[in-house]
Each structure stands twice: as C-alpha cells, then as structure tokens.
Write a protein that binds this ligand. Sequence first.
Ligand code: FAD
Length: 440
Amino acid sequence: MVGGGCAGMAAALVLQQALAPRLRTGDAEITVVEPQPYLTYHPLLAEVAAGSIDPRHVVVPLRKVLPHCRVLTARITRIDHAGRTAQVDTAPRGAAAEPAELAYDHLILTPGSVSRTDPVPGLADHGLGFGSVGEAVALRNHVLEQLDLASSTRDPELRQAALTFLFVGAGYAGVGALAELEDMARYAVRGYHNLTADDLRWVLVEATDRILPQESADLAAHTLAELRERSIDVHLGTTLESAVDRVMALSDGSRFAARTLVWTAGVRPAPLLRDTDLPLDPTGRVRCLPTLQVRGPGGTPLAGAWAAGDCAAVPDPAADGALCAPNAQHALAQARLLAENLLADLDHGALAAYRPERIHCSTSLGLGRAVAHTRRGRLTGRRAWWLHRARHLRRLPSLDRRVRVFTDWLLGGLFSREVVSLGTVEHPRAEFESGFLERP
Ligand SMILES: Cc1cc2nc3c(=O)[nH]c(=O)nc-3n(C[C@H](O)[C@H](O)[C@H](O)COP(=O)(O)OP(=O)(O)OC[C@H]3O[C@@H](n4cnc5c(N)ncnc54)[C@H](O)[C@@H]3O)c2cc1C
C-alpha cells in the first residue's frame, strides 16, 4: 500500500480486520509505505490553526491502529507494475537516497495529491503553505506574532502590512484556514490595547469565478456570501502576479503590502505517479474503473493494481460521466470499497462498482459558524456548525482520536480561546546558539 492517508488507512483497516487469521499465520502480509508515521486528517487542520484542536489530535499513528500490518516510514520512488516491484527510499528527507526493492502481488495506490505551486516572483521567499500539521501550527503562530508586531511598532506602514493577510486559492484549505484564522484574530485583538477587529484586513484571491470547486455551486455561493458579510475582501477571477518585498500585486491592478501570504492554490496528483508504468489521465491521475481497479488496455482491469483517493481518476456516477472530486468523503468511501473488492477478488467473487451515497458537504467558518448541506437542504450558522463537527467526528479514523478531539472542543466551550503565540518552538536552538555568539 502506497500512502497511509485518508484512503490508505481506511483500506488498510478493512483489510487488516478481514485478513486477521491469515496475517497471524503469515499467509498474507500487508505493507504500508508512508513517509510520515501517521495519517493527517486534513479537514480539521483549519481548527488546529485556530487553536480549537491540539495538533497531535488530528493525526492518527499508523503503527497503533495497524498493529498487524508492516508499516515502513519511507517513500515509494518508482513502481514497475509489470515486474510487480516498487522502489522504496528509507533515507530521511534531504539525505542521500537509500533505495531498496519491494516485491508485491497487489498494489494499492493512495499517495494523494500535493500543493500546486506557480512561479510567482517573491512567492518562494514569503509564501506559507497549508497542507500539514506543521504548517497549520506555524501559520497560527505567525498570525498571532503579526498582532504582537502591529501592537508594538511605531511604524504605521509596518503596522498596516502586519495586519494584512492574503490567502491565494479558495479551495478547502484556503477558505477553511482564512475563515478560522479571521475568527480567531477577531477574538485575539480584544486583548490588545491599541488594536480593533476593524484594523485587520483579510483578502482572498481566486483565479476562477467561484470558491470551493470541490463543493456544490449552491454551498459555495452561500459560503462566499458569508465571507463577504464578514468584510473579507474576495477577488474572484484574479491571480497573484508578484509578492516581491512583501508587496502583493494582483492581476486586477490592486497592490498592497502584506506580511502574511498563504498559498493554497490547488493540488496536483502525487508526483510519484509519473514514475510508474500505470495509465494516467491528462491531469496526471491514475485511470480507474468503477471497481477501483486500475484501467488497463481496452478498458479491462489491470490485474493486481488498485487505486483510490485524490490520486485516482474514478468515474462519479452522480456527476454524469465526470470524475470524483478530490475530497475526503470520496477518499474514505472509495478506500472501503477498494478493500472489499480486493477481498472479493482474492476469493474469486464478484466486484461492486463505486456508487457513493449522496455526498453531504459542510465547511466550518469559525467558532459557531458553518455552512452545510443536508438531505433537507442547506443549513447555516450554529446548527450547520454542530452538524459539521458531528460529521467529522464520525469520519475521523480511530475512537481514541475522536474522544481527544471531542474533549478539545468541550474544553474550548468551557474556557475562552487560547491565543498565545509559541513561535519559539519552531526555532528551539535559537536561544542556545545565541549564547555562542556573545563575547566571552
Ligand atoms: C488543508 C486541507 C483541508 C481539507 N479540507 C477538506 C474538507 O473539509 N472536506 C473534505 O472532504 N476534504 C478536505 N480536504 C481534502 C482531503 O483531505 C483529501 O481529499 C483527502 O485527504 C484525500 O485522501 P488521500 O488518501 O487520497 O490523500 P492523503 O490523505 O493526502 O494521503 C496521501 C498519503 O500518501 C503519502 N504519500 C505521498 N507520496 C508518497 C510516496 N511516494 N510514497 C509513500 N507515501 C506517499 C502522503 O504522505 C500522505 O500521507 C482538505 C485538504 C487539505 C490539504
């Protein structure tokens, strides 16, 4: 299994349970290869950035929940499916590669997607990403540091730049992070003698003419209205042209200084897929049949190759020939079916086609605020927020994590928000190293 994210873990859990007797006797073996020793539950990252959830509670340790699988903290770098081998690199990031070869009978591909970056001048120097727990914690500290800076400086231009926050890309990551952080900052400024919520400027830039492309147009339009109601400056059909010297130049002619630039402009399939002999569609995803088998020549299944989640181009029966959108709900539902079909295939049984139940979407927009779709229609405000939390609590893999996240929410409800920046934890050696620079 390549990748231990949403889809990888969901498939591994089903296989581990169904194959338990054979795993114990050694008749079967499941190897999960994942560079991180944990799954990251991305839909709750924005709440980590806002301080509503402890960062450790949105990750699920793979070895703890998959005790009967062999978990390798490593990266697959090449797949030769014709020869049924994969190259695995166990070296730490940045070190010289230490490739080894893994042989397999069945390949389950779930390496997800990675952020798409554009060659915008200044972006590499000043941009922040938002796709991992580390980035969520760093962004939270950064935003709180800007409030400290703005409150302390006597330079009006620096103050204005510190209080201006630009997010590029209005998918799940951009909208969720912006809405949660805006809500947190609005609360945090109450503690400063010389800052008010009106001093903060939040800008969202999106290249297309809508936000949340993975969601229904109706839910997206409603979310947009809610953001604008909160005075968030949303520029649709606009791109970031330059961020040199922290001066943001947009394609609609706007220019302003901002010390916060968050880049969440879409995703592309995991780069590994290009280093395989598997068929890819024009967007770089693995072509799949509705049974989640990789599609071979002439539309027949490619024996022993399966894929699910963001990396897989799976027909969506609800969308008239279109492909499933890259979201957590499809990833989880596809992964469970993939595992069931693989088990059926081992027993020479019939395979089922992917027919997800109606996907119910929701987006959290801060404490007590959300928009959600239900069977009966659309919900907004506090009721949508409760529903959103209940849905994610149910989807979060592992009971242990559900209880921890629930406890975080409960404590957040009992006490006020925690809004202190712990930016120093990102540079733990700085203080120690400065001791060597002092004169004896
Ligand atoms: C910030 C953010 C917020 C989101 N919010 C929502 C939301 O509210 N609702 C929703 O439905 N969806 C949301 N999504 C999307 C959702 O998280 C993804 O669609 C889902 O995680 C896809 O699952 P996956 O298993 O395909 O990929 P992932 O969960 O990303 O897992 C892929 C795994 O593969 C591993 N991997 C990559 N390359 C290799 C390799 N070469 N070798 C081995 N392992 C590899 C990665 O380390 C990763 O752990 C959000 C995404 C982000 C980033």
